[in-house]
Ligand binder design. Structure first.
Ligand code: GLN
Length: 544
C-alpha cells in the first residue's frame, strides 16, 4: 500500500478559537477526542502553537502555565495533558509543534541547500512543513484532531491557519472539518445573549479562507433556537451545527455536555461516518463521584507559583483524581512558600489533612517548603513530595534527623558543606539551560513492604521525569542509617527515585512527576493513597 492509499481514509478535525483566549479550546479538542473514542474510533491529537520558542521548556510558568512532559521526554503545552487525561491517545514530541520549531526546520533546510535555490517563503515552504507534521501523526488512526493555539486574528497564527486551509484541498475535502470555538456573552443589563462577537470571529476566519463547519459557542446560558438560527445565518453554518458549549462545574462534564448538545451527531456525518451512539458510562461514573462525594479532604499545596494555578494544572487534576478514587472532594489550600519562609510560622498548615510540596525550579521559597516538610514529618500529617518536593524532604531529613547542619541542594546553595542533592558526576550542566535535564519516562524499581509498593502493587513502574538534580549517593548510607527509607530506585540502583519514612502515617517523596500519568478514569495510585491517608488523618482528628 502506498502512503496515499493507506492514509486515504483518515479524517482530520481542526479546532480553532475566536473572540478570547482561555475559552477552553484544549478541553474542547480533548472532549471531541473522547466522544469519538467512545464511538469506537481511534484518535490522536495535536497542538500547533504559534509562538517562536522551539518548545515551552524554557518558558516561565507564570506566563505559559505548566510544561507538560510526555513519555518520550518532550516538554510540551499543557493542553497535551488534557488530551492524555481525556483519551487513550499517548502524546509525544510529534504532537506539539511550535512556529519556532517549524521555522528552525525550514531555515536549517535552507542552509543545507535543500530548497535548490528557490526563494523560501511562508507559502509554500512554511505551510508545507506544517502540513507534513500533521500528516506524520495520522498513521494508524481514524481521526486526527488538531488544535491551533491562539485566537483567530492574531498575526502569529496566520501561517498555521493558512496551512489548515490548504489541507482540505490537498486530500479529499470530505475528510476534513473545521470546528471553531467562540464566545456568546450574556448581557445582564438587557438579559440577552449577544451573537456579534461570534459573527465577527467567523468573518475573520472566512477572510483567510476557512469556513467553519461547526461552531462551539461558549456561554453561560443555553442558546435558544432563535439565537442558534441567527448565528447559523450570519456564519454560514448549518443550524444544527451551532452547538451550545455551556459553562459547567467541572471540565469532566464537558464531553457529556457537548454530546447532549448534539456535537457527536454533528461531527460524524460531516466526516462521512455512520452515526453512532457513544458509550459514555465512564464519564457518567466520574461525574457521579464528583457530584456526590462521601466527604471532603483539605490538602495544603506549598508552592511558588500559587498565583497562577495553570502552572500546576496536572497536579490539581491528579489530586482531583485521587479524590474520585476515594469518592471525596479535594479542597486545595494554596500556601505561598515565601510567606511561610518570611513568617517562619506553620499556622496556615494547621487545618490541613495532607501536605504536598510540588515540583519547581530555583531558590525562592525553598526554606518555606522545608519548613512545611518539617511540620508534616513531626506532626505526622500525610506528606507527598514531588521532584523539588523530594529534594526539600531529603534536605529537611538530613538537617533535622541526620544532623547535617546546613545541608542543601547544589541548585540553591553550591557552597553548602553537605550537598545532599547534586548533579550526578557524569552530568555537565554548567552554564547550560536547555538539554541538560532528565526528561521523560524512566523505570523505577519498588522495594516491598513500603508505601510505594502498597500503592503500585508492582515491583517495577514507569514514571516521567523533568529535573537536573538527583539524590547524592555519597550521603545514601548515612541517611539510611538515620532512618530514611529508599523505596524506589533506578534498575541499576544508582539513582534514588522514592524516599519514605517508617513510623509515619504516610510520608512519600518521589523524584518523578506522577501527576503526568493520572487520569479521571485511572487515578494515579500515589495520589489515590495520599488522599486516602489524608482522609484517615481527618477522621482521626475528628474533622468530619
Ligand atoms: N529544580 C529541580 C531540578 O532541576 C527540581 C525540578 C522539578 O521539581 N521538576 O532538579
Amino acid at each position: 500500500m502506498n502512503k496515499k492509499t493507506s492514509r486515504k481514509k483518515v479524517k482530520f478535525i481542526f479546532v480553532t478559537g475566536g473572540v478570547l483566549s482561555s475559552l477552553g479550546k484544549g478541553i474542547a479538542a480533548a472532549s471531541i477526542g473522547s466522544l469519538l473514542e467512545s464511538c469506537g474510533l481511534k484518535v490522536t491529537l495535536m497542538k500547533l502553537d504559534p509562538y517562536i520558542n522551539i518548545d515551552p521548556g524554557t518558558m516561565n510558568p507564570f506566563q505559559h502555565g505548566e510544561v507538560y512532559v510526555t513519555d518520550d521526554g518532550a516538554e510540551t503545552d499543557l493542553d497535551l495533558g488534557h488530551y492524555e487525561r481525556f483519551t487513550q491517545a499517548r502524546m509525544g514530541r510529534v504532537n506539539n509543534i511550535t512556529a519556532g520549531r517549524i521555522y528552525d526546520e525550514v531555515i536549517q533546510k535552507e542552509r543545507r541547500g535543500e530548497y535548490l535555490g528557490s526563494t523560501v517563503q511562508v507559502i509554500p515552504h512554511v505551510t508545507d512543513a506544517i502540513k507534513n507534521h500533521i500528516h506524520n501523526i495520522s498513521k494508524g488512526v481514524d481521526v486526527v484532531i488538531c488544535e491551533i493555539g491562539g485566537t483567530v486574528g492574531d498575526i502569529e497564527s496566520l501561517p498555521f491557519l493558512e496551512a489548515i486551509r490548504q489541507f482540505r484541498f490537498d486530500i479529499n475535502p470530505n475528510n476534513v472539518i473545521y470546528i471553531h470555538l467562540t464566545l456568546v456573552p450574556y448581557m445582564e443589563s438587557s438579559d440577552e445573549l449577544k451573537t456579534k462577537p461570534t459573527q465577527h470571529s467567523v468573518q475573520k476566519l472566512r477572510e483567510i479562507g476557512v469556513q467553519p463547519d461547526i461552531l462551539l459557542c461558549r456561554t453561560q446560558k443555553k442558546l435558544t433556537k432563535e439565537i442558534k438560527d441567527k448565528i447559523a445565518l450570519f456564519s454560514n453554518v448549518q443550524k444544527d451545527s451551532v452547538i451550545t458549549a455551556m459553562d459547567v462545574k467541572s471540565i469532566y462534564q464537558v464531553p457529556l455536555s457537548l454530546h447532549q448538545e448534539g456535537l457527536t451527531k454533528a461531527i460524524l456525518p460531516k466526516l462521512g461516518m455512520a452515526k453512532k451512539q457513544p458509550d459514555l458510562t465512564n464519564w457518567e461514573t466520574v461525574n457521579l463521584n464528583l457530584d456526590k462525594p462521601k466527604g471532603e479532604v483539605n490538602i495544603a499545596v506549598v508552592g511558588k507559583y500559587i498565583g497562577l494555578k495553570e502552572s500546576y494544572k496536572s497536579l490539581v487534576e491528579a489530586l482531583t483524581h485521587g479524590g474520585i478514587s476515594n469518592n471525596l472532594r479535594v479542597n486545595i489550600n494554596w500556601v505561598d512558600a515565601e510567606d511561610l519562609e518570611k513568617n517562619q510560622s506553620t499556622g496556615v498548615l494547621e487545618k490541613s489533612d495532607g501536605i504536598l510540596v510540588p515540583g519547581g525550579f530555583g531558590e525562592r521559597g525553598i526554606e518555606g517548603k522545608i519548613l512545611a516538610v518539617n511540620y508534616a514529618r513531626t506532626q505526622k500529617i500525610p506528606f507527598f513530595g514531588i521532584c523539588l518536593g523530594m529534594h526539600c524532604a531529603v534536605i529537611e531529613f538530613a538537617r533535622s534527623v541526620a544532623k547535617l547542619k546546613n545541608a542543601n541542594s547544589a541548585e540553591f546553595s553550591p557552597d553548602s558543606p553537605y550537598l545532599i542533592i547534586d548533579l550526578m558526576p557524569d552530568q555537565d550542566a554548567k552554564g547550560k539551560k536547555g538539554g541538560t535535564m532528565r526528561l521523560g519516562e524512566y523505570p523505577c524499581q519498588i522495594r516491598k513492604n513500603t508505601f510505594a509498593y502498597k500503592a503500585y502493587g508492582n515491583r517495577e513502574v514507569l514514571e516521567r521525569h523533568r529535573h537536573r538534580y538527583e539524590f547524592n549517593n555519597e550521603f545514601r548510607l548515612q541517611l539510611e542509617e538515620a532512618g530514611l527509607k529508599i523505596s524506589g530506585f533506578s534498575p541499576n540502583g544508582n539513582l534514588v527515585e522514592i524516599v519514605e519514612l517508617d513510623g509515619h502515617p504516610w510520608y512519600l517523596a518521589g523524584q518523578f512527576h506522577p501527576e503526568f500519568k493520572s487520569s479521571p478514569m485511572k487515578p494515579h495510585p500515589l495520589f489515590r493513597d495520599f488522599i486516602a491517608n489524608s482522609y484517615n488523618n481527618r477522621v482521626n482528628n475528628q474533622r468530619v
